[in-house]
Design a protein around this ligand. Structure first.
Ligand code: AMP
Ligand code: GLY
Length: 434
């Protein structure tokens, strides 16, 4: 049976290109629109110039164009209540409502929920007063100024901060500077003057994404992101510099622990508190000596994890999502390729801070069909692409082993160039030693 769906995808990054790429392969899809999309997405979908935070305009577009189903990529429209708005107009949309989106839009909400429902996570304190936060931090065994040894703490702005609201601080001076930035200078706005200060967890990260239908869930394949800008996990945190799937630190035993200690208490907690969680839940985990701890919940697909996952997914994405929306996700069986997928993100010089745009990208025409190029921040000028964002491209390959996927993806990456291009050389090398 074919459903002939007209789909709207909200977003315009590499993640949305991967979703559109996968949707375009489905026989159930008759048309794809993407708002705002990007120059790569344009080859597969009709791009619509509506920004992701203009949720009223998006709803009107869905009505005017008889959209059957809307998929939301980024967290901002979810936290603004795009799902509540669409549902109030009888428009079908996949994602959590505004209340459930607080798991990402408020770290304090999320931490409180985890503590209440016994979900393992770093110890924390929440502060709204700068002086109180400094007083507490001064009691911690932080390293002396300018020394690398000693404990660290993690200071997190409460609300959404485009991946920049988390600082890992080694000294008292670094900590007070971050508290000042967040609480006094309010660099992420008035709402983010609340902070969560938490214990630093040392381990291996793992991204565990599940589809939730309000009652039950279905896990996607495991993946691992590389958040730091530079090789060997150095430099500042970014939105993500590359990902691969399956994660090499996943095992049946670990997955059992994640399900019983985290996913099931999460779903039970939601039911108890009357939170209806429907959509993707992205659980960012730190694995310490074989035990999982939650670093964060995101209420959407990960970027760039989704690029790696879509390369491996054999099932039809529309069938999966429709079954989730019908509340039948526990009966769905997902099919994955046995191969490993690996994606490398190529960024502009200066990212994640200030960078220039408009550099001509060369070499894309040299890539064969064994490579998939997901565009994140590009523009088409005459007959070539130019850089138009911090994260510019994400190039992915499949391989019979992770090493082969790594080798193939980097062969492609080495063909592509623009002035100031930067990428990590060690995607997929993390987690080798557990
Ligand atoms: P979050 O947005 O909370 O996931 O934080 C972004 C990134 O900061 C995570 O993916 C980790 O790399 C790092 N991080 C966050 N919290 C901690 C923590 N408690 N211990 C160590 N690293 C952390
Ligand atoms: N890969 C990190 C994120 O999507 O938040």
């Amino acid at each position: 049976m074919f459903f002939s769906q007209k789909i709207l995808v909200v977003g315009g990054g590499g993640r949305e290109h991967a979703l559109v790429w996968k949707l375009a392969q489905s026989p159930h899809v008759s048309a794809i629109f993407c708002a705002p999309g990007n120059a790569g997405i344009e080859t597969l979908a009709t791009c619509v110039s509506i920004e992701v935070n203009h949720i009223e305009e998006l709803a009107q577009f869905a009505i005017d164009h008889d959209i059957d189903l809307t998929l939301v990529g980024p967290e901002i429209p979810l936290s603004l209540g795009i799902v509540d708005l669409f549902e109030s107009k009888d428009l079908k949309i996949f994602g959590p409502n505004k209340e459930a989106s607080q798991f990402e839009s408020s770290k304090a909400f999320s931490k409180k929920f985890m503590k209440k429902h016994g979900i393992p996570s770093a110890d924390y304190r929440e502060f709204t007063q700068y002086e109180e936060a400094v007083k507490w931090v001064s009691t911690l065994p932080l390293a002396p100024s300018h020394q690398e040894s000693g404990a660290s703490i993690v200071i997190k702005a409460d609300g959404l901060a485009a991946g920049k609201g988390v600082r890992i601080c080694k000294t008292f001076e670094e900590s007070t500077k971050s508290l000042q930035d967040f609480m006094c200078n309010k660099i992420f706005g008035e709402d983010n003057a609340r902070v969560v200060v938490e214990e630093f967890l040392k381990g291996e990260e793992l991204s565990y994404l599940i589809l939730c239908d309000g009652n039950s869930y279905l896990p996607l394949a495991s993946s691992q992101d590389h958040k730091r800008l530079l090789d060997n996990d150095e430099g500042p945190n970014t939105g993500g510099m590359g990902a691969y799937s399956p994660a090499r630190n996943m095992s049946d035993e670990l997955e059992f622990k994640i399900k019983t200690r985290i996913v099931e208490p999460f779903l039970k907690g939601c039911l108890k508190e009357g939170i209806h969680y429907k959509g993707i839940l992205y659980i960012g985990l730190m694995i310490i000596q074989g035990d999982p701890y939650v670093l964060e919940f995101n209420v959407r697909f990960g970027d760039p994890e989704t690029q790696a996952l879509m390369l491996r997914l054999d099932s039809d994405l529309i069938e999966v999502i429709l079954s989730c929306l019908k509340g039948e996700i526990s009966q769905f069986h997902l099919e994955w390729k046995n191969e490993a997928a690996l994606c490398v993100v190529m960024v502009s010089n200066g990212y994640p801070d200030h960078y220039k745009k408009g550099f001509t990208i060369s070499g894309l025409e040299k890539l064969g069909s064994e490579h998939v190029v997901f565009h994140a921040g590009t523009q088409k000028m005459n007959h070539h692409y130019v850089s138009h964002g911090g994260r510019v491209l994400c190039i992915g390959s499949l391989g019979t082993t992770l090493e082969e996927a790594h080798e193939k993806a980097y062969r492609a990456v080495s063909c592509v160039h623009w002035d100031g291009v930067h990428y990590r050389k060690d995607i997929g090398k993390r987690g080798e030693v557990l």
